[in-house]
Design a protein around this ligand. Structure first.
Ligand code: S3P
Length: 731
């Protein structure tokens, strides 16, 4: 990209920029510049091969450079700009790495009057407690966010070049306004540094009289890690951004006062509410952070074993989503039990918090939702990030289409590749205004059309509960009747829960109808265990000789029990015990013992009733005697991954004769071997291949399993407790 790159200030960050540029082949020559007192450091940088040469005078350092990166402390920028000014070249690109951006721009204005159009302010959000070039490393910026804050006059060419430089160093680049950058960084970086310095300062003085540090351990070390950062640098950063930091300090003080008050008055429930909120907020942060960092989780499964005992798998995902949605829109307070505390359902929960709904919990699956009424949602301040969750995005698009505010829905890489036209198409016919990408995928830009939606009579081209539910939610805000006809029965949790909340919804054959003349009345919800999570154990116990397992309190809504029907057709022994009804949904205990399975042609009418269970049913088919054939399941190609292709690829690696077809798969049962398979980030595929280990004759390594947390974070512990030898490795 560049012939000669000049780094001004070759410390941890400047050195790492140089190393990254060299590692990724982004320039031919790298030179460093520093003050005479930096000579020793520059000498080290040269010896380490970080730079090719260095200068103690600025003119020769920058004269023939086509890119200059300023990597000195933010307080020094004005003097650096002043030194550069006489040699400033139109044909060179200048950029910096400062942690505050308003001060950098001011420094440039001070020196140049107007900020030169070939200076592109930037900030890599990466660092380490150590400083100096010895601590630099080339992948410091890999998968880390980098913010560019161009000004109105910044040259597009310079901006593009700086952006592509950082992308080629592995950074995830965002572009934003200078002030916005400083307000975000004040909260996420500057305030935590001040708090860490403050705490260690206070306790450090106490430690002189007592022995606090002697007994401080991991928690203290983790909380205070950043107090080991360079004090002078942080003094400069905090001073440069004080106008953003001071209001945050005030808010922190108020929060501490609240906590103190709660402790003084023994208000333990309130304290728990605050801690539980913080706990889920941190989980949300980790999910996004680890998503960026592409943290990889691998399941190592040893062959053999059997499943024995009893278990209650976590709450139903579909119902958990809907409990938040309808509870939020209800008049009154809804208590939810059995809520699924996994990333997908928590994404929905967060979206409603972002729209002003007060939700307490979850604590051990219990939530309290303070409903705001059908018209009480507030405009979210930012985009609503829905992670991996297709249900959140599709249902919310219907709900948000008729609101009096605009919204933007985003998701992770998998969700951003999934088809959204299936919902935005019929919604547009109702008068909604939703923009997708050209490919019909997220982000969804929704312009609220309050009072302008019209009912529709829609015949769905595919059997999809998400599309049906999306249109029913939109129908609650539309003029006239909204009807959805499904080509085959799909899960009906939305309809049932609407009725449970006293909202009129009628069903005639395959047609469901709703209108806007209704209100939701808060109603407590007891979410049963998710049959889709139970399915892994139903198959596991069916294929592993000697297994005997009872799964408690599983939802057996007839629109979800296809997996039981299919397994029984294959010869599985599954008993449905203690059938009862809980909050309008049928529930039972499922008892399953090992039984030799045989291959079958899966009846097409069962496909929508077992739509999420096919990955693990393919494993059952691989263990069955004879051929199993699935057809009419093209929908599997647009789930969290292309479940037909990904399962066929993995099964073939394990030595199974699995032939994908356009709308299903043909599997010759036999033995399962070992090998390394990938889930392609699809939670259900990761769990299915783990279950295959019960009948494999060699170890199975399943790559890319982090997304198991979207639906079943306890899977690895539970499956181990019940008898599978699975080790989870993080890297
Ligand atoms: C769901 C519906 C199904 C299912 C998904 C959850 C729901 O999707 O696969 O996991 O909660 O409505 P489709 O509607 O796309 O079939």
């Amino acid at each position: 990209m560049f012939d000669r790159l000049c780094i001004i200030g070759v410390g941890l960050i400047g050195g790492s920029v140089a190393r990254a540029a060299r590692h990724y082949g982004l320039c031919k020559q790298i030179v460093g510049y520093g003050r005479p007192e930096d000579k020793h450091n520059l000498e080290t940088a040269k010896k380490l091969g970080v730079i090719d040469d260095y200068y103690l005078q600025i003119e020769p350092a920058v004269s023939s450079a086509d890119c200059v990166v300023i990597a000195t402390p933010v307080a020094s920028l004005e003097s650096i700009f002043a030194a550069l000014k006489p040699y400033w070249s139109e044909t060179t690109i200048y950029t910096d790495v400062g942690s505050t951006k308003v001060s950098v721009v001011k420094a440039a204005q001070q020196v140049f009057g107007e900020v030169p159009d070939n200076f592109v302010p930037a900030h890599p959000i990466a660092g380490a407690e150590q400083s100096g070039v010895e601590a630099s490393f080339y992948d410091l910026f890999l998968n880390r966010r980098l913010i560019i804050t161009p000004l109105e006059n910044t040259s597009k060419e310079a901006l593009n070049k700086v952006q592509s430089f950082w992308e080629r160093c592995g950074s995830v680049v965002s572009v934003m306004d200078v002030k916005h950058h400083d307000s975000i960084l004040a909260a996420t970086s500057h305030l935590p540094h001040i708090l860490a310095f403050a705490l260690v300062n206070m306790l450090g003085h106490k430690d002189e009289q007592s022995e606090i540090f002697k007994y401080a351990a991991g928690g203290f070390r983790d909380f205070t890690r950043i107090a080991s950062s360079d004090p002078a640098m942080w003094r400069d950063i905090c001073s440069a951004n004080k106008s953003e930091i001071i209001p945050l300090l005030q808010q922190t003080r108020e929060q501490l006062d609240t906590l103190q008050h709660l402790l003084e008055n023994d208000e333990s429930q309130q304290l728990l509410t605050i801690f539980a909120y913080a706990n889920t907020a941190r989980q949300r942060f980790l999910t996004q952070f680890e998503g960026n960092m592409s943290k990889s989780i691998t399941f190592q499964v040893q062959p053999g074993g059997l499943l024995q005992g009893e278990a209650r798998v976590p709450g139903d995902k579909s119902m958990s989503h809907r409990s938040i949605m309808l509870g939020s829109l209800a008049n009154g307070v809804t208590h939810v039990k059995g809520f699924l505390e996994a990333e997908d359902a928590l994404a929905t929960l967060q979206a409603f918090r972002d729209m002003g709904v007060e939700i307490e919990g979850p604590v051990n699956g219990s939530l309290t939702i303070k409903g705001v009424g059908k018209h009480g949602l507030k405009a979210p301040k930012n985009e609503l990030y829905l992670g991996n969750s297709g249900t959140s995005m599709r249902l919310l698009s219907g709900l948000l289409a008729g609101q009096p505010f605009d919204s933007v829905l985003t998701g992770d890489k998998s969700l951003s590749g999934r088809p959204m036209k299936r919902v935005t198409g019929p919604l547009a016919a109702m008068g909604a205004d939703i923009k997708t990408t050209e490919q019909g995928t997220a982000p969804l830009y929704i312009t609220g059309k309050s009072g302008q939606l019209k009912g529709i009579d829609y015949v769905m081209p595919m059997a999809s509960a998400q599309v049906k539910s999306c249109l029913l939610l939109a129908g609650m805000y539309a003029d006239g009747e909204t009807s959805v006809t499904e080509p085959a029965p799909t899960r009906d949790h939305t309809e049932r829960m609407l009725s449970g909340f006293s909202y009129p919804v009628t069903k005639e054959g395959s047609k469901v109808t709703i209108n806007a003349n209704g209100d939701l009345t808060a109603s407590d919800i007891d979410v049963p265990s998710d049959i889709s999570s139970a399915a892994f154990f139903l198959v596991g116990a069916s294929i592993a000789p000697g297994s005997d397992l009872t799964l408690r309190h599983v939802g057996i809504n007839p629109t979800r029990t296809g997996v039981i029907d299919i397994l029984r057709l294959m010869g599985a022994k599954i008993e449905v015990l203690n059938e009862r009804e809980v909050g309008g949904e049928p529930v039972a205990d499922l008892h399953v013992v090992y039984s030799p399975l045989k291959g079958i042609d899966i009846p097409e009418h069962l496909v929508p009733l077992a739509i999420d269970e096919f990955p693990v049913l393919f494993v059952a088919a691989a263990c069955a005697d004879g051929q199993t054939r699935l057809s009419g399941a093209e929908e599997l190609r647009v789930k969290e991954s292309d479940r037909i292709q990904v399962m066929a690829d993995g099964l073939q690696i394990l030595g199974v004769d699995a032939q994908p077809t356009a709308d299903g798969m043909v599997i010759q049962g036999g033995s399962i071997g070992g090998g390394v398979v990938t889930s392609h980030g699809d939670h259900r595929i990761a769990m299915s291949f783990s279950i295959a280990g019960l009948r494999a004759n060699a170890p199975i390594t399943v790559l890319d399993c982090a997304n198991v947390n979207t639906s079943f974070p306890e899977f690895k512990d539970l499956v181990k407790r019940l008898g599978l030898d699975l080790v989870c490795e993080e890297a």
